[in-house]
Design a protein around this ligand. Sequence first.
Ligand code: PGA
Length: 256
Amino acid sequence: MRIKIAAGNWKMNQSYQEGIHLAQEIIEKANPQKDELVILGCPYIHLKDIINLSQEKTNIKVAAQNCHQEKSGAYTGEISVSMLSSIGVEYVILGHSERRQYFRETNEILSAKVKGALSSNIRPIFCCGESLEIRTEGWHIRYVKNQLVKALFDLSPEDFKRIIIAYEPIWAIGTGLTASPQQAQEMHFEIRKTIEEHFGTSIANNTSILYGGSVKPNNAKELFSQPDVDGGLVGGASLTSESFLPIISALSTPKV
Ligand code: PGA
C-alpha cells in the first residue's frame, strides 16, 4: 500500500520552545488516517522530545534534516546516523536543494548518506528537482532522473523500498511559485516510470513520491489530487499549525 505523507521541513527555524509548542499542537490536532503519515522535519534540538511527545500517535514521526555519511570520527559539528538512531529517529531528509547548493552535496555524497541512513534503519526522504534554467531549457525530466539514478539506483530492491522521494523544483522552493498540478503530475509520473523500469512495478507502485515547493493550504488539495502525488514536503507552511493542519487534512483528497 502506498502511504500518503505530509512532511514538514522546519529548516533553521524555531527556538526550542517554539518548536515544542508547534509539535504539541500538531500532535494534538492532526488526525492522519490509516494510510497517512505526518513527519516533522525539525532541527536536532527538537528530535528527542518530539519523539517522546508523539509516542501515542503511531502515524506522526520526526525526521532529521541531515546526517553525515561517515559512521563516526573527527567531523566537528556533524551528526552520524547511529547518533540519530540512538534517540529513535526513523527518517532523515537527504539531498535537499539547499544542502546541494550551500553545502555542495553531490549525488556521490548523497549516495553514501543514503546507504549510511539505511544501514542504521533510518528511512531517507530523498529530494530531487531542477533549477529554473534547466526547466526553461527543457531537460528537467532527464536531470531529475539522473539525480535518482546516481544516488539511489545501485541500492538493492529491499533497500530501495524504504526510500521516500520528494520532487522539489528549486524555482518553487520558498518563492511562492508552485508547480502546477499538471507539472507536478508529469514529473511524478516520470519518476515512477523510471523506478518501475529499474525496480519493477510493485516497488514503483508502493513508493511514496511527495511534491515540495510552496505547498500551501490553498493549493494542497489540487496538488494531492494528482494520481502520482502522494503528499508534500512543506517548508514555510509547516511552521504554524494553522497552515500545516489543513495540508495534513488535504492528504485525504480523492484522486482525479
Ligand atoms: P517551501 O519549502 O514550502 O517553503 O517552498 C519546501 C522545501 O524546501 O522543502
